[in-house]
Design a binder for this molecule. Structure first.
Ligand code: SAM
Ligand code: MG
Length: 222
């Protein structure tokens, strides 16, 4: 029952405040038709990411976990002229669908999709001199969250915003004895953020069409 209500409210919010974007709708349709899992951010969450990137004045964005490029398109649409977004994806099929969706959205010229396991491609990015990034969105395999956070920090500057998705996991994050490797990844991430003197962070619980979850936000301060 609660889920139906959360979904109805998400629909109301989206219908009221999130203007339809044919390219984003087409990206969701193409992802579904290609059999990709329906685990992208929701429309109102995508818009929140876009607003955060705009509020921050981001010109250079890193995304870890592309899927079909839905959040990628939201974030790339936040960029000013000359801005760039690099997104990392390990599944060739996801990357193929995402590339087509990004091109269809007219963003192929500003988005680079790097295919491979992020922990392999991040060092390459660093070697190539990518970054510092103004905004980092972490939304890939959750057990690697601590490593992704460490990489985000490494590729950051004072003022960088790091957002990590799916950090509440239907409430399981509060269980210190959880054996779920994703929950453990999130708890380890939170411990790292808490202990890291170079960032200040919080996390927010959310409900909606994607269930009960949440996101963490960290600001790099030095
Ligand atoms: C939750 S989905 C991303 C959703 C997307 N950010 C959105 O909201 O539209 C997670 C993605 O991370 C990818 N992934 C999983 N492990 C990865 C890894 N080691 N390196 C890069 N991508 C990975 C998965 O294949 C999947 O496409
Ligand atoms: Mg997510």
């Amino acid at each position: 029952m609660a889920e139906a209500e959360w979904t109805a409210v998400d629909r109301y919010i989206t219908d009221t405040l999130v203007h339809p974007d044919p390219a984003l709708d087409a990206a969701l349709r193409a992802s579904e038709e290609a059999g990709l899992p329906a685990i992208s951010v929701s429309a109102n969450q995508g818009k929140l990411l876009q607003l955060m990137a705009r509020m921050q004045g981001a010109r250079n964005i890193l995304e870890i976990g592309t899927l079909g490029g839905y959040s990628t398109i939201w974030l790339a649409r936040a960029l000013p002229r000359g801005g760039r977004l690099i997104t990392l994806e390990s599944e060739p099929k996801h990357a193929e669908v995402a590339r087509a969706n990004i091109a269809h959205a007219g963003l192929a010229g500003i988005v680079d999709l790097s295919l491979g396991r992020a922990l392999d491609t991040l060092p390459v990015l660093e070697e190539e001199g990518a970054g510092p990034f103004d905004f980092v969105f972490i939304d890939a395999d959750k057990p690697s969250n601590p490593d992704y956070f460490a990489w985000a920090l490494r590729l950051s500057r004072p003022g960088t915003v790091i957002v990590v998705d799916n950090v509440v996991r239907a409430g399981a994050v509060a269980d210190p004895d959880s054996s779920d490797i994703s929950v453990r990844g999130v708890r380890e991430l939170n411990a790292l953020m808490a202990a890291e003197p170079r960032v200040t962070a919080t996390a927010i619980q959310t409900v909606g069409s994607k269930g009960y979850d949440g996101f963490a936000v960290a600001l790099v301060t030095e």
